[in-house]
Design a binder for this molecule. Sequence first.
Ligand SMILES: Nc1ncnc2c1ncn2[C@@H]1O[C@H](COP(=O)(O)OP(=O)(O)OP(=O)(O)O)[C@@H](O)[C@H]1O
Length: 226
Amino acid sequence: MSPRSPLVFSGLELSHGERKLCADVNCALPTGSVTLLQGHNGAGKTTLFRAILGLHRSRAGEIRVFGGAPAQGRSRIGYLPQTRPLSAPQLAARAFVTAAWRGSRFGLPSFGRACRNAVDEALTCVDACALATRPMFQLSGGERQRIGLAAALLDRPRLLLLDEPLAGLDTAHQEQLAVLLRHLQRTAGVTIFVSVHGRSPLDDVADFRLTLRPRGASFLPVHVDS
Ligand SMILES: Nc1ncnc2c1ncn2[C@@H]1O[C@H](COP(=O)(O)OP(=O)(O)OP(=O)(O)O)[C@@H](O)[C@H]1O
């Protein structure tokens, strides 16, 4: 497996207590690739994302993130969780995205020009500038999903972990997301790991598919040249 890969799984096995989720995950995501993460409900997709972030301990095997232990890679990761409680529902969408700015990892965020420009760029990427001043609690599920995606993109991550980003998005925004991921991959070499159920517009931009199963995962190219 490539030592340069931003994300490497070796003999990984995940469980919650006695409940085994997936085993034998062995693969390295190439830099600048798009990998779909698949598996039935409860297969362990969210748990795998949490393990990559150092929030869940594996039962066996290892995860290397940018060559190091999972928690060390967090500053280079953009993460869109599957669900997120709204701790401050009155917060405007723009403030929600701004709170993800890198300064907030060490204290209050800076609201300088660089931060404002980065927030504008992230909101533009997900077609959400018109939502910027609206409080989070007023947004629809799909609108909130786009704001969450803007927050994940804010710090120009090298690795994007997106947990079911298509949930709640209408067809047009699903297709826009596919175009955006292809753009990030091609122009910035971002490595993208995204969980989805079934067929979707992301099939057209994906390079690999990692399918989780209790008795061994598979990692295969999505498009095989004939
Ligand atoms: N904190 C927890 N304690 C115990 N079991 C848990 C915990 N979190 C999740 N589980 C269980 O672990 C299994 C995997 O959950 P996970 O959310 O990772 O699955 P998933 O593949 O993301 O599912 P879905 O497709 O439904 O989103 C499920 O059976 C779930 O009930």
